[in-house]
Design a protein around this ligand. Structure first.
Ligand code: 0O2
Length: 225
């Protein structure tokens, strides 16, 4: 972005970002609550780890411009909210593909926030090869004496998808969004390979489960004798 925010802008942006930071802090605790609750109950959690961030001022301005906000004009800071849905962003990383669906269902059933949009980039990957499920949730924060409903994007992805996306994001940044064509193609193929790994792991998991179930049945049968 070419716009240089004034000191006043930066102060207003910092105030503007505060409820989003609070949302990240609160939702992180809630997502970790899901993780530790599942671990206690089943000795397994569909959530491996959670990270979150509020978009930096630089990245926020860049995305706002990309989405058509007239940065620097009129009520531009307030306009950002209407166009950018990932000012607050959380990422839930899972081990297995089916864990993503489990987390998705748990989040859709929550009563403390509302899932208002689901974009499934696993069913339909992006041209880059990117895969994840994005949920946009509307979350009520109580900041000072005021209630404010903010939108937050929760990305659900496996460790394998996360590994790919982290590297691709860095390369994209390094090349200033202008990745050479061959590199794009190689990255897309790498994304497919990462997905194949997810499918293979799902198969191994099914095999482990079947053998565990068989062992359990044997034990019960022997006890009955
Ligand atoms: P950052 O640095 O992660 O915050 P867009 O597709 O960006 O024009 P929209 O509608 O917000 O706008 O898209 P979407 O699909 O919700 O994507 C938003 C975020 O998803 C991105 O945020 C990335 O985190 C991630 N993402 C989407 N596509 C790709 C991709 O091809 N590669 C990687 N590595 N990540 C992707 P930001 O704001 O781009 O970046």
């Amino acid at each position: 972005t070419t716009y240089k925010p004034s000191r006043g802008d930066l102060e207003r942006l910092s105030k503007f970002r505060a409820p989003y930071q609070q949302t990240i802090d609160e939702l992180k605790v809630k997502l970790k609550g899901i993780k530790y609750g599942c671990l206690e109950q089943d000795c397994y959690s569909p959530i491996e780890f959670v990270v979150g961030r509020v978009k930096t001022v630089e990245s926020l301005l860049k995305k706002a411009e990309k989405k058509g906000v007239q940065v620097g004009n009129g009520n531009w800071i307030e306009d950002i909210e209407q166009h950018v849905y990932d000012i607050a962003g959380l990422r839930v990383v899972t081990r297995y593909l089916e864990d993503i669906r489990e987390v998705q269902q748990i989040l859709c059933e929550r009563e403390d926030f509302q899932v208002v949009e689901i974009t499934d980039y696993i069913e339909t990957p992006k041209e880059s090869g990117y895969r994840s499920v994005h949920l946009v949730v509307r979350y009520p924060t109580y900041h000072g004496s005021q209630k404010k409903e903010v939108l937050c994007e929760i990305q659900l992805r496996t460790m394998s998808m996360n590994f790919w996306a982290t590297n691709e994001h860095e390369l994209r940044y390094k090349y200033d969004e202008k990745l050479p064509v061959e590199m794009k193609e190689q990255l897309r193929r790498a994304a497919d390979t990462a997905y194949e790994l997810d499918l293979q792991m799902a198969q191994f998991r099914r095999e482990i489960r079947t053998s565990q179930e068989m062992r359990l049945e044997d034990t019960v049968a022997n006890e009955d004798k």
